[in-house]
Design a protein around this ligand. Structure first.
Ligand code: PHE
Ligand code: NA
Length: 447
């Protein structure tokens, strides 16, 4: 990306689509619903929403602004802006930990992308038709239990990602997102409608929105904040890289609001589609990473037109996962390309293979390596936990602190097109509230 002549996004719309393509993915549907189920529901959801608004929005804007100023990849941008403002070159660490996070996340993201690909094929051949909860559970269990199956689909997903990045056709995907995003929303609405007819919608609503605050531990709050970072693609330098393509005229706050609302709506719809099925079938909300794969196929298998809906759903999910995965591979490839003599193609292959290898370790933790634990977590959970609960918040914190303390206030105010009053509120949030919130959540969550 950094080596292009930095042609600026032709319009705000193109930019929104690219940012939304990165943001909207497995995080909204797969990860959101399983985290909500695991963490006991509404308290998690409400903290997550608060984090998205109070921490996610300012950090998103900060990352874009830093990227727009720096006009380089995240590591160089941070290093150079720091140098220009007489600050320590150590700020480049923010960029480095972002690239590391992207690398680690893609490894397990691809495993789940593989599940989605696998289920797309299952939908085509009608595997879900007429299955009861036990049947659907067995399907999922068999997939998890087979290292070969998981390996095959993880590999297929990575081949797609590497192929797309190597050929540099990501722009085409972004314009396809113009159709896919609304289609995904419509499909989620249909599923929510199905949930409403199930007789268990009220229960699902209460589960998601009537909090039992006594269940709120430091761990749940940290998980909610981690989810906010993950779903908005924050703390990875990705949004920073995108920011370097932003024209001066684009209003950052309103653009951030658009992307965030889109991302949040899709996540909430996913929850409202999945939990009625959970309760109607006596399944456990705390099922874990398999939650969407043991609930939605059950609904598809037993509704009229379910076969076609299943196919559409898993296709769209795979597509959303692909656009996010591409945005995860990009910074890794770029870094490698810049810091080594490798060509883009070679750099893409090398990063793809490295990510793939780590993904193999992650997928083995569902079967043969399920006993291999670090800090009580298997490899998959370890990768997920370390990135979303530690790396992302720290990198995001670095970005916002850099923004708030190193960049010129008056310039920032003009760039955000704010009057003095609005800006002082913004400054309070960006300089004190958001960093303090991240630090507090971080510290209480870890102890
Ligand atoms: N935000 C994406 C999702 O919700 C995942 C992702 C994380 C993509 C980080 C890029 C960077 O699925
Ligand atoms: Na997301």
């Amino acid at each position: 990306m950094a080596k292009l002549a930095h042609a600026q996004w032709s319009s705000r719309m193109t930019f929104v689509l690219a940012a939304a393509g990165s943001a909207v993915g497995l995080g909204n549907i797969w990860r959101f619903s399983y985290m909500v189920g695991d963490s006991g529901g509404a308290a998690f959801v409400l903290v997550y929403l608060a984090c998205v608004a109070l921490v996610g929005l300012p950090i998103l804007v900060a990352e874009w602004m830093i990227g727009r100023r720096g006009q380089k990849n995240p590591i160089n941008t941070m290093a150079e802006l720091a140098a220009n403002h007489g600050k320590s070159p150590a700020w480049a660490l923010v960029g480095i930990s972002g690239v590391l996070a992207a690398f680690l996340i893609l490894s397990f993201y691809s495993v789940i992308g593989g599940w989605s690909l696998n289920y797309t094929l299952s939908a085509v051949i009608g595997t879900f038709n007429g299955q009861d909860a036990d049947g659907i559970n067995a399907l999922f269990g068999n997939m998890l239990g087979s290292p070969i199956t998981l390996l095959l689909w993880h590999t297929a997903f990575m081949v797609l990602v590497v192929g797309i990045v190597a050929r540099g056709v990501t722009k085409g995907l972004e314009s396809a997102a113009r159709l896919m995003m609304p289609a995904l929303i419509v499909l989620m609405l249909v599923l929510v409608g199905y949930g409403m007819a199930s007789g268990y919608f009220g229960e699902a609503l209460a589960f998601m929105f009537r909090p039992d605050w006594s269940a709120l531990t430091g761990g749940v709050v940290l998980a909610a904040m981690g989810q906010a970072f993950f779903t908005l693609s924050l703390g990875m330098g990705i949004m920073m890289a995108y920011g370097s393509y932003l024209g001066e005229d684009v209003n950052l706050i309103s653009t951030a609001r658009t992307v965030i609302i889109l991302d949040t709506v899709i996540a909430l719809l996913a929850g409202l589609a999945i939990f009625p099925i959970v309760f109607a079938n006596g399944l456990s909300p705390g099922e874990g990473p398999g939650l969407i794969f043991v609930t939605l196929p059950l609904a598809f298998g037993n509704m009229t037109g379910g076969a076609i809906l299943a196919l559409m759903f898993f296709l769209l999910l795979t597509f959303a996962a692909l656009t996010s995965a591409i945005s995860l591979l990009e910074p890794v490839v770029e870094t490698l390309e810049e810091r080594s003599p490798m060509s883009r193609t070679v750099a893409t292959l090398v990063s793809g293979i490295a990510v793939w290898l780590l993904g193999v370790a992650a997928l083995l933790s569902f079967n043969v390596w399920s006993d291999v634990l670090f800090f009580g977590l298997n490899i998959f959970d370890l990768l997920d936990t370390f990135t979303s609960k530690i790396l992302l918040p720290l990198t995001g914190l670095g970005a916002i602190v850099f923004f708030a303390t190193c960049l010129d206030k008056e310039e920032s105010r003009k760039e955000l097109k704010m009057d003095v009053y609005d800006y002082s509120l913004w400054n309070f949030i960006a300089k004190y509230l958001a960093p303090l919130a991240v630090i507090t959540v971080f510290v209480t969550g870890l102890i």
